[in-house]
Design a protein around this ligand. Structure first.
Ligand SMILES: [Zn+2]
Length: 70
């Protein structure tokens, strides 16, 4: 597993975290797993390009589910 050094404090390592967030699409509510990195030293939350891409995919999956149920 590759570790990334925090670009803010340059002391800590970025740890990948996931959290469930509420999303809404066409007035259908659901939850997706949002990914972000958090520094273990300064506790800064940072969403890199990998995380942003995964979050977009999760949102797209949710939208597909909405289309199936309506
Ligand atoms: Zn940091």
């Amino acid at each position: 597993m590759n570790t990334r050094t925090c670009s803010i404090c340059e002391m800590g390592q970025l740890i990948l975290n996931t959290e469930k967030i509420r999303v809404e699409h066409l007035s259908q509510q659901g939850q997706i797993e949002s990914q972000y990195s958090m520094c273990d030293y300064c506790n800064s939350e940072q969403a890199g390009t990998d995380e942003a891409r995964l979050n977009k995919l999760a949102m797209n999956d949710f939208k597909k589910q909405v289309f199936k149920t309506v």
